[in-house]
Write a protein that binds this ligand. Structure first.
Ligand SMILES: Nc1nc2c(ncn2[C@@H]2O[C@H](COP(=O)(O)OP(=O)(O)OP(=O)(O)O)[C@@H](O)[C@H]2O)c(=O)[nH]1
Ligand SMILES: [Mg+2]
Length: 427
């Protein structure tokens, strides 16, 4: 089975706004880290339809409470904005409501923070009712504490990034109206969640296993879904191409049928309001039998990205589920880097959704993980980790126990779903 991924790519959107980008860094942040996050902000802005005309960096121990960056820097930014005729200043951090409104007054132009930028992209991307409701809910929650003053001033500063979305007009409403709208959206999202729950129940009854594809935005989740299932899910070289879950059936080498679900991509510092609002979507992940954590092996920050994905999995309480790490884009990744990734990351497979490389091995690994039987393993557990020994006893059957130096050696039969949790002790 070597299906070629069907890459359906879109033209670049028109760039309509000019942005000045501001990054506040701690003196201990490395240049590499800073460059990486600035590049990500540039991509986010590009996705939203803005070009970065100039970048400001300030290293400080503590942010300035009123304006995040110091007053001298504010003056510099203002001068640059005027010279470049910028439409907005974008901050690569979250601004408190007070900082946002103060900066907007001092700079005399629209100020957008990282959360607002991500919400704006989501707002542009939402097509289904579910997606639109989720984004609107997150936007209204973001807007609530910012209503006094800033909500009105912002709309006076024109449209574009930070003012778009299903809730666009409602941002001008008063608190009471917004609260009512939030309650209504929550109610509608609850009924969507119930419908999904019923669909999932049907799938469980038919014993079809569900596998969720999760990963950093642009890692190639949709491409992988297409490559594995021969489908045509929307693929794009931009951030957050996918918002709504898409499920496709696909056959494993054992002739077992599975349902693969592609979902919204993750990003570092994913706004909490967004994670909370996207509960209906993310439940597909929480309820899955197995999670494929997809990472772009060709990206310099691949480890950071994978870590950010596990952070979100923790937040939605899905981190304990069985996972397979899938390193994608090996066709353009450095082979030494790929070998190191596979060596350092337990259960992992290297693939290319583009060329089809590694897809058979991935399907075989999924088959292996879903096999209901227990597997027999030898575990070497440091004596200081006695808790792990008790967990193995609870979750499996210990056939023999012996000691070697500082280690407890267990010969045990354990469930495959538990295997991932003790992977590092398997001899
Ligand atoms: N070279 C190469 N490019 C790939 C591969 N897989 C995906 N891509 C490209 O990576 C970009 C992102 O692919 P998507 O499948 O949209 O990624 P995604 O993870 O679904 O992204 P979001 O939905 O935005 O989170 C597209 O330009 C794809 O063509 C691969 O194996 N090799
Ligand atoms: Mg996608």
């Amino acid at each position: 089975m070597q299906k070629q991924a069907k890459m359906i790519e879109l033209e670049q959107p028109p760039i309509t706004e000019t942005a000045v980008l501001v990054r506040m860094a701690h003196p201990s942040d490395s240049d590499e880290e800073i460059d990486e996050s600035l590049e990500e902000m540039r991509q986010l802005l590009w996705t939203a339809g803005a070009e970065v005309a100039c970048t400001f960096l300030q290293r400080r121990d503590k942010p300035c409470p009123g304006t995040l960056v110091g007053s001298g820097k504010v003056d510099e930014i203002k001068a640059a904005c005027e010279e470049l005729d910028a439409d907005l200043a974008v901050f690569d951090s979250d601004l408190t409501p007070t900082q946002g409104s103060k900066l907007e007054k001092l700079l005399g132009l629209k100020v957008v923070d990282r959360t607002q930028l991500i919400l704006d992209i989501f707002a542009q991307r939402a097509h289904t009712n579910e997606g639109k409701h989720q984004v609107e809910l997150a936007q209204l929650q973001y807007a609530m504490p910012r209503l006094t003053g800033r909500g009105v001033e912002m709309t006076q500063l024109g449209g574009g990034i930070g003012t778009r979305g299903p809730g666009e007009q409602k941002l001008e409403m008063d608190r009471r109206v917004i609260r009512k709208r939030i309650d209504r959206l929550r109610g509608e999202l609850d009924s969507i969640r119930n419908t999904r729950r019923v669909q999932r129940k049907k799938r469980t009854e038919s014993s079809t296993a569900t596998i969720a594809l999760v990963g950093y935005t642009n890692a190639g989740k949709s491409s992988l879904l297409n490559a594995l299932c021969g489908s045509h899910a929307f693929v794009e070289n931009k951030l957050f191409a996918t918002l709504d879950p898409t499920s496709r059936r696909c056959m494993l080498p054992s002739q077992r049928e599975i349902v693969l679900t592609d979902t919204v991509g993750f990003i570092r510092k994913l706004p909490h309001s967004l994670v909370a609002a996207f509960r209906a979507t993310l439940e597909e992940v929480v309820e899955a039998d197995l999670i494929l954590v997809v990472s772009d092996a060709s990206h310099p920050a691949v480890d950071d990205h994978t870590r950010a994905v596990y952070d979100v999995l923790h937040e939605i309480e899905a981190a304990e589920k069985p996972t397979i790490k899938v390193y994608n884009k090996v066709d353009i990744a450095d082979p030494d880097r790929v070998s190191a990734l596979l060596r350092n990351n337990g259960r992992s497979v290297a693939v290319s959704a583009k060329t089809g490389e590694g897809l058979e091995a991935l399907l075989a690994e999924i088959d292996h993980q879903l096999a209901p039987t227990r597997s027999r393993v030898t575990l070497r557990i440091p004596q200081s980790m006695a808790g792990v020994v008790s967990r193995v006893r609870e979750c499996g059957r210990v056939l023999s126990q012996s000691y070697e130096g500082n280690e407890i050696i267990l010969d045990a039969e354990i469930d495959r779903s538990f295997e991932n949790q003790v992977l590092k002790y398997i001899a």
